[in-house]
Design a protein around this ligand. Structure first.
Ligand code: NIG
Ligand code: FE
Length: 412
């Protein structure tokens, strides 16, 4: 099955070097070809180049006219909680009235509120609700997504969430990566007994998740008022025994040691980082851990933004992701996250686009197959309507730009 996309004004996000991530100065390079074509074979990128050099391939070919649009690799969203029950706009109003995220959590709202609703909802209904959001983000250009559990907080409900994630994996063309986040908060049944909850997570939840191969990674909310670096370290150590690396929620609410424990245990990513320090930047240098900023969360919670500019100046790679969840970020719009990265974190458009494609693919362990226009990669891409330049994408921060989306070479 061959698909030829012609009449592309700009083909962006090209890589011929097989880069798995871009760091420091490399993040400024968003390689492009003007007046280009893109050839897909059996769902995989086979070839691309200048249209003047195009030799028509043999056999049956479906030709797509890009109508002078720009082609980009699909967004890779390496941090979401897209499987959840209901919504939490009451807390949104509470926040407008002055309550902080931590205060809402202390009152038994926040994550525990979502856990109660998830407990009461059938697996089928949970899947249907999540699929509505999944369809929404596909239409907005997302082609690979990480989805976390973490609204179950007991073994049965965590497994229910992970099964829903698997069902999404099986029923869409989206590349779905699954993360077990039992340590998102202490479940209600263990209120006041955090140490026992962590023991239960290690001895009961983790083996059950591993046995059914329900998760690729393990996450811990390592922050003030949630889990300590020691508890996080214990969970990560055990998870590694089952072959699951960490993807840590760290240093959102306070300078609480999340980066240090993530780097020490070779986590794949450490995310949030609104309260990270210069020392954390030093710790990340030379590590395999991808710092991931969630600018939509800072925007929605009116909090400081992660120091992404500083990290890039220090030579680090940075990823950005949506954090789509009912409490702190009810949006999976990666184009808006890219705009926020430019406007609020002072990233150049090329840096922000690399952060939302190749680096966020790295942050979920799939950058060998996703995140750039490269020979042999899965053909996940979108075609924009004609736009003046790639910089127009974050600049026009509420303008819908997508004309057509393709996952594994199939139009969505
Ligand atoms: O990533 N920070 C922790 N967890 C989520 C919020 C979860 C919620 O409020 O439901 C986040 O922002
Ligand atoms: Fe999160």
């Amino acid at each position: 099955m061959k698909l030829l996309v012609k009449n592309i004004a700009t083909l962006a996000g090209i890589d011929r070097q097989g880069l798995l991530r871009r760091q420091g100065q490399q993040m400024r390079e968003l390689n492009c070809i003007n007046d280009a074509y893109l050839l897909v074979e059996d769902g995989v990128i086979a070839d691309f180049g200048s249209e003047a050099d195009l030799v028509m391939p043999d056999g049956e070919v479906t030709v797509i006219d890009a109508e002078r649009g720009t082609v980009l690799p699909s967004w890779c969203d390496s941090h979401t909680h897209i499987v959840y029950a209901g919504s939490r706009e009451q807390e949104f109003v509470d926040k407008i009235n002055g309550l902080s995220y931590a205060e809402i959590a202390r009152r038994g709202g926040g994550i525990l509120n979502s856990a109660d609703r998830l407990h009461a909802m059938s697996e089928d209904e949970l899947y249907e609700q999540a699929m509505q959001r999944v369809r929404e983000v596909i239409a907005k250009g997302t082609g690979a997504i990480e989805i976390k559990s973490g609204y179950g907080l007991n073994t049965e409900d965590e497994l229910k969430m992970l099964r829903v994630i698997r069902r999404i994996q099986q029923s869409t063309r989206l590349r779905v990566v699954s993360t077990f986040l039992g340590a998102h908060a202490v479940g209600r049944a263990y209120a006041g007994r955090q140490a026992e909850y962590v023991d239960m997570l290690i001895n009961e939840m983790l083996p059950a998740v591993a046995q059914d191969h329900l998760a690729d990674y393990v996450d811990v909310f390592c922050d003030e008022g949630f889990f300590t670096p020691d508890e996080t370290g214990r969970i990560l150590e055990k998870a590694l025994e089952y072959g699951m690396r960490g993807k840590i929620h760290g240093q959102e609410l306070a300078d609480s040691g999340g980066v240090e424990v993530a780097v020490k245990h070779c986590a794949l990513s450490v995310d949030h980082l609104e309260s990270m320090t210069d020392r954390d930047i030093e710790l990340l240098r030379g590590s395999d851990t991808m710092p991931t900023a969630l600018p939509g969360t800072s925007f929605f919670l009116n909090m400081p933004f992660a120091p992404a500019r500083k990290m890039i100046e220090a030579g680090l790679g940075v990823a950005i992701a949506s954090d789509y969840n009912p409490g702190s970020t009810p949006s999976g719009d990666m184009k808006f996250a890219v705009s926020l990265a430019c406007i609020k974190m002072r990233l150049q458009p090329a840096e922000a686009i690399n952060a939302a494609t190749i680096n966020s693919a790295y942050a979920m362990g799939v950058s060998d197959s996703y995140g750039s226009i490269a020979p042999g990669k899965v053909a996940n891409f979108f075609i924009t309507r004609p736009i003046a330049s790639v910089d127009f994408i974050p600049y026009a921060y509420t303008t819908p730009i997508i004309a057509r989306t393709f996952l594994a070479g199939e139009e969505q």
